[in-house]
Design a protein around this ligand. Structure first.
Ligand SMILES: Cc1ncc(COP(=O)(O)O)c(C=O)c1O
Length: 348
């Protein structure tokens, strides 16, 4: 006998990437930014007062909403904040999907969508990507999702669907389109324009990647004020804490630091992509801060194990269609050199 609802009992749960405690491990497995957060973030945290901790935080994180609104050209009522984007994803799954309300996404993608859908007992429909991870537009429309998730750039592939195609999808769907832009800080183009103009589009962002704040836990979504107002009913009352709101507000305001960091990551991504190709481990074209490299001999799992034995962590997914690849986070030049030196010996 189980105490749990059947679909919780049956759910597999999300498997996070390994988080080693040894600081000497070259950690290229969970797509963190290799650079520290903006100095303004540390200053904002240092300014936190005991009074701010004694009291509850602002329930809607208005300080952040106003700052982000100025950056993205939207009003405060078009922004909702959360404890990481995962919190926002959770709100949308609960708000829009259920046993008769389909949750749809192109697969393979971020596995949390399926995990949250199974806990909610939602009707989950996976649609395979088109050739070369192109948008399967007609199949997505035919799946009739009450909510459709599109990770763009996608994880774990790093590939990007062009803006015009996403716009066409948004126009064809009856339900909500949630565009998960966790990695868009490293892309040429984003879809924020659709969140400003389309009544059924939510653009979701995180400060974990582009702003080097994975440990802080802060994410937000932008969309039509009606969508945002509905989601406010679903969220936990105080889902962004006082320290996180202060730090995230400082981070989003420091545009210069953000641009510098993103440029450094992009330059390294291109160098690493060329080097991996030269080693016979060609990655997919990436618009993110990671590369999805194809491995033949040794196999992906063998390389993963051998790298791990050398204190270098990358991500291997033992899943159909992607088990021949490794997902490698773009690190600092030094970390990438360490990886490349190890791979050079291993693929010889
Ligand atoms: C595609 C995608 N969406 C969302 C998230 C979650 O971001 P957060 O750290 O803000 O919860 C991740 C984290 O790795 C991700 O890969």
């Amino acid at each position: 006998m189980s105490y749990f609802r059947k679909n919780v009992e049956d759910a597999e749960g999300y498997t996070p990437g390994e988080q080693p405690t040894d600081p000497t491990v070259v950690k290229l497995n969970t797509n963190e930014n290799p650079y520290p957060p903006s100095p303004r973030v540390m200053e904002a945290i240092a300014r936190i007062t005991p009074e701010q901790l004694r009291r509850y935080p602002h329930p809607l994180a208005n300080a952040f909403r106003d700052q982000a609104g100025a950056v993205f050209g939207v009003k405060r009522d078009m922004i909702i904040c959360g404890n990481g984007m995962d919190d926002i994803l959770n709100m949308t799954v609960r708000a829009f999907s259920g046993p008769e309300a389909a949750l749809v996404y192109p697969a393979p993608t971020y596995t949390l969508y399926a995990v949250l859908g199974s806990i909610q007992a939602s009707l989950v429909k996976e649609v395979p990507w088109g050739p070369d991870y192109s948008l399967p537009l007609e199949s997505l429309v035919a799946a009739r999702g009450r909510v459709t998730y599109l990770a763009n750039p996608n994880a774990p592939t790093g590939t990007l669907v062009p803006y015009d195609e996403v716009a066409r999808l948004a126009g064809r769907l009856d339900g909500v389109l949630c565009i998960d832009e966790a990695y868009v800080d490293f892309s040429d183009r984003d879809c924020m324009g659709l969140a400003r103009t389309q009544p059924n589009v939510l653009v979701m962002r995180t400060l974990s990647k582009g702003y080097s704040l994975a440990g802080l836990r802060f994410g937000f979504a932008v969309g039509d004020a009606n969508l945002i107002a509905g989601l406010m009913k679903v969220k936990d009352s105080y889902n962004a804490d006082a320290i996180a709101v202060a730090a995230a507000t400082a981070a989003i305001a420091d545009r210069e630091y953000y641009q510098q960091t993103r440029r450094k990551v992009i330059v390294e991504r291109e160098r690493l992509a060329r080097a991996l190709t030269d080693l016979g481990l060609p990655p997919l074209p990436s618009q993110s801060n990671f590369l999805f490299a194809r491995c033949t001999r040794p196999t992906a799992v063998e390389l993963y194990e051998s790298l791990k034995a050398r204190q270098i962590l990358v991500r291997y997914f033992n899943s159909p269609g992607i088990a021949d690849r490794l997902r490698i986070t773009v690190g600092t030049p030094g970390q990438n050199d360490a990886l490349l030196a190890a791979l050079k010996e291993l693929v010889r």
